[in-house]
Ligand binder design. Sequence first.
Ligand code: ST9
Ligand code: ZN
Ligand code: ZN
Length: 329
Amino acid sequence: MAPKSPDIEIIEEGDNQLGLEAIIQETSASLDEQKQSPPLSIVWKNVFVFAALHIAAVYAISLIPSAHPLTWLWTICMYHVSGLGITAGSHRLWSHRSYKAKLPLRILLAFMQTSAVQNDIIEWARDHRVHHKYTETHADPHNANRGFFFAHIGWLLVKKHPDVCIKGKQLDLSDLYADPVCRLQRRYYKILAILICFVIPTIVPNYLWGERLWTAFFLAGILRYCAILNATWLVNSAAHIWGMHPYDKRINPGENPVVSFGACGEGFHNYHHVFPHDYSTSEYGWKLNVTTLFIDTMAAIGQAYDLKKVSLDAVRRRRERTGDMAKED
Ligand code: ST9
Ligand code: ZN
Ligand code: ZN
């Protein structure tokens, strides 16, 4: 269990930007609409790039036995650097503001987030805020009502539904644009992404322990990038389809420990959609949740503060009111 810290602010039930009842109403209202699938406009460049990436990642697996053990370790380290950049950075800090971070930590997180090449922080957070506010409607970029494939990768292979942009433009993103770290990362995103996601992970093993550039590129670059993408996408696909609903049985996002394991603690998705402002995205502290361990460590050294945590009493009341085990009226 995570220790109680004076920096943790216990909050009552987290409020969604829209409010959960309203989301449920919007979701069911849009279900009828969704019987009619929107026309797909395929972006062939993305189809080609993602197909090539996955083929290259399969090839990279064949290089594992001949790689230096330190290259294996480096690849695993880089996986966690990228993973935490997404989870502690663009997700829990910038999308949800579930805690605050001092400038050095924000710079570190922006660096780590860039290594995951999942769009810049502002674009990532904009898509994610619209996902929470309009979950499983056409305004949700990776609407899981359109099936596993669409929620996983398909949404990145086609033009967005117009509702995503219409509703997304109504969001307040002023906090993101006010952060110089986000603005700077956005301005130099392409060059930073190539450098941090591919060049640095390739050069370090070559320079420090003489790994072949080819092997280092495919393992710490390609394979790690492909794995991080799929771990992240599983939150949108698997965790929106499979899992228990102890906090709210009326919504699809579920508690999925397998996804949590690969996604640095982000598979507790029923909890997260009910309490999106909880910095831990779960009531179970560090269990299967390396991101919470990371944020708590940052809080211990004074880099993270104002951690928002839903009170155990509010969680219990919510379980009793709307969870799987709630008594029927
Ligand atoms: C990637 C992202 O993989 C993954 C995010 C996953 C999120 C997961 C969340 C789960 C919870 C957290 C768990 C974390 C777990 C991590 C585990 C780690 C171990 N609002 O987008 P465009 C407007 S990315 C408002 O081009 P198209 C706007 O005007 C992979 N407006 O739309 C925009 O212009 P600008 C790498 C919006 O043309 C304009 O539309 N990246 C919004 O339909 C055009 O936007 C890629 O491969 C909005 N939400 O194209 C790139 N959206 O931006 C892939 C758009 O200038 N993307 N607008 O303001 C693309 O190529 C395109 O976006 C597209 C759609 C083809 C998909
Ligand atoms: Zn979700
Ligand atoms: Zn979220």
